[in-house]
Design a binder for this molecule. Structure first.
Ligand SMILES: Cc1cc2nc3c(=O)[nH]c(=O)nc-3n(C[C@H](O)[C@H](O)[C@H](O)COP(=O)(O)OP(=O)(O)OC[C@H]3O[C@@H](n4cnc5c(N)ncnc54)[C@H](O)[C@@H]3O)c2cc1C
Length: 377
C-alpha cells in the first residue's frame, strides 16, 4: 500500500504540534514532510526575556536537529512557491508534492505599511528584540512609547506585558521618575474577550502611571523628529519606541493566491481552505481566534484528527474548539492567566486568574512541556 504523503509548511507552534500528533498516531505508516527555513525555534514570549536582558537568546533557541519523530522528515529549506491546487511546493532544495497540504507558516511583519518603522525599534522579531536589548541600556529617561501598528497582531496581551515589564526595568535602573510610558493599542481594551483581565491590566497601568491609548494605531514614525503619528493624526514625541509591526501572511502565501486581506480564509472549525485537501493552521489562518501559539496548537489538533480519521478510514474528527490559555506578565515577577473561549457561546468569553508568583511555575511548565514534547530537551 502506498503511504499517504502529508506536507506541513512551517515548523512553528502549529507545524510542530501537528506533526507530533500525526507521528504519535500513525508513525512510519505515513510520509510526513515538515519544511522550515530556520535552524531553530523560539517561543514568542521569549522575545520579552531577550529584550529586557532576562535571558540569553541562545539559551532560548531550540535546534530543529533535536526534532525526531517516526514518520516525519524535517527539511530545512525556504519555501519559494505554493501551488494549492496541485498541492505542490517549490523550495530552495527542490519540489515537494503531497496528498494533503497544511500551511502553518505563521504571520510576518509588513514594515512597508508603517513608514519609518523599519528605521526605529520593534520587539516582535528576534533581531528586533536583540537590538532593543542593546538600545534599552542607553535610554536615560524621557518618553517611551509601546506602539502597535495594526490589528490583528500576535498575542494580544504582549504589548501590555511589555509596558509593565518596561516599568519594572526603568524602576530598577532608577530612571522611572524621569520617564513616561504610553501604550498605543488598536483594540478597545487590553484583552477584549475578558473584561475582568482588561480591568486588572488597566488598574495595573494606573498604579504605575502608564498611559493607555486604546482604539488607535501607529500610522507613521517620523525618525527625524522622533515623533510617532497615530492614525487620527495625533503626534506623540518619543525618546524610546517599542513597536509592534502590522502583521500579514508571509510573501510566499500572498503570492500563492491563498490569502484574502492578508490572511488565509478557512472553515474556523475544520481549518479547511478553499482548496481540496489543503488546510491552514496558526497565525496565518483567518479563524477569528487570537494569533497565539496555544491557538495554533488547538487548530493543529483538529487537523491532525481529521487527517488521522481520513487515513484510517474510521473515527470522527474533533473540531477546533477556539479555546486557549494565555499567561500575562504583570511585572514584579507575578503572572496572571486568562482562559478564552471563542466558539462555545454567541460571543467570546474569558476567565481571569489574579497574578501571582505561583502562576509563574505554570507558565514555565507551558514552555518546558512543549520543549520536552517536541525536542526532547
Ligand atoms: C512578543 C510575543 C509574545 C508572545 N507570547 C505568547 C504567549 O505567551 N503565548 C502564546 O501562545 N503565544 C504567544 N505569542 C504568539 C506565538 O509566538 C505565535 O502565535 C505562534 O508562534 C504562531 O504559531 P504558528 O505555527 O502559526 O507560526 P510560527 O510559530 O510563527 O511558525 C511559522 C514557521 O514558518 C516558517 N516559515 C515562514 N516562512 C517560511 C518560508 N518561506 N519557508 C520556510 N519556512 C518558513 C518560520 O521560520 C516559522 O518557523 C507571542 C508572540 C510574540 C511576538
Amino acid at each position: 500500500m502506498t503511504k499517504a504523503r502529508i506536507l506541513v509548511l512551517g515548523a512553528g507552534f502549529g507545524g510542530l504540534e501537528l506533526t507530533s500528533l500525526l507521528s504519535e498516531a500513525l508513525g512510519d505508516s505515513i510520509e510526513v514532510t515538515l519544511i522550515d527555513k530556520s535552524t531553530t525555534f523560539m517561543f514568542g514570549f521569549s522575545k520579552l526575556d531577550v529584550m529586557f536582558g532576562h535571558k540569553e537568546a541562545d539559551a532560548l533557541r531550540m535546534p530543529y536537529s533535536a526534532y525526531a519523530k517516526p514518520g516525519v522528515k524535517l527539511v530545512k529549506s525556504t519555501i519559494t512557491a505554493i501551488d494549492p491546487e496541485a498541492r505542490r511546493v517549490t523550495t530552495d532544495d527542490g519540489v515537494f508534492e503531497a496528498d494533503y497540504l497544511v500551511v502553518a507558516l505563521g504571520a510576518e511583519y509588513d514594515f512597508d505599511a508603517t513608514p519609518g518603522l523599519e528605521d526605529t525599534t520593534e520587539f516582535y522579531s528576534i533581531p528586533g528584540a536583540e537590538k532593543l536589548r542593546q538600545v534599552l541600556p542607553t535610554f536615560t529617561g524621557g518618553n517611551a512609547i509601546i506602539g502597535v501598528c495594526g490589528a490583528p497582531y500576535k498575542c494580544p496581551p504582549a504589548p501590555s506585558e511589555c509596558a509593565l515589564m518596561l516599568h519594572d526595568y526603568l524602576v530598577t535602573r532608577g530612571i522611572r521618575q524621569q520617564s513616561t510610558i504610553s501604550l498605543v493599542l488598536p483594540l478597545p481594551s487590553p484583552v477584549p474577550p475578558s473584561p475582568e483581565t482588561s480591568r486588572a491590566l488597566l488598574a495595573a497601568f494606573a498604579e504605575r502611571d502608564i498611559e493607555f491609548i486604546p482604539g488607535a494605531r501607529i500610522a507613521q514614525v517620523d525618525n527625524a523628529r522622533n515623533v510617532a503619528i497615530l492614525d487620527d493624526k495625533r503626534e506623540m514625541p518619543f525618546d524610546l519606541f517599542l513597536g509592534v509591526p502590522k502583521h500579514r501572511v508571509p510573501p510566499v502565501v500572498l503570492e500563492s493566491g491563498m490569502s484574502q486581506d492578508g490572511w488565509i480564509p478557512v472553515n474556523p472549525r475544520t481549518l479547511e481552505t478553499n482548496y481540496p485537501n489543503v488546510y491552514a493552521v496558526g497565525d496565518g489562518a483567518a479563524t477569528g481566534t487570537p494569533k497565539a501559539g496555544v491557538f495554533a496548537e488547538g487548530a493543529a489538533k483538529a487537523v491532525a484528527s481529521a487527517l488521522i480519521a481520513r487515513i484510517n478510514g474510521a473515527g470522527e474528527p474533533v473540531q477546533y474548539d477556539g479555546f486557549g490559555t494565555c499567561y500575562i506578565e504583570f511585572g514584579a515577577g507575578r503572572i496572571g492567566k486568562v482562559e478564552v473561549d471563542f466558539f462555545s457561546g454567541p460571543t467570546p468569553t474569558g476567565n481571569y486568574y489574579e497574578p501571582s508568583v505561583a502562576l509563574r511555575a505554570d507558565k514555565e511548565h507551558f514552555g518546558s512541556s512543549r520543549r520536552q514534547r517536541w525536542f526532547g530537551l
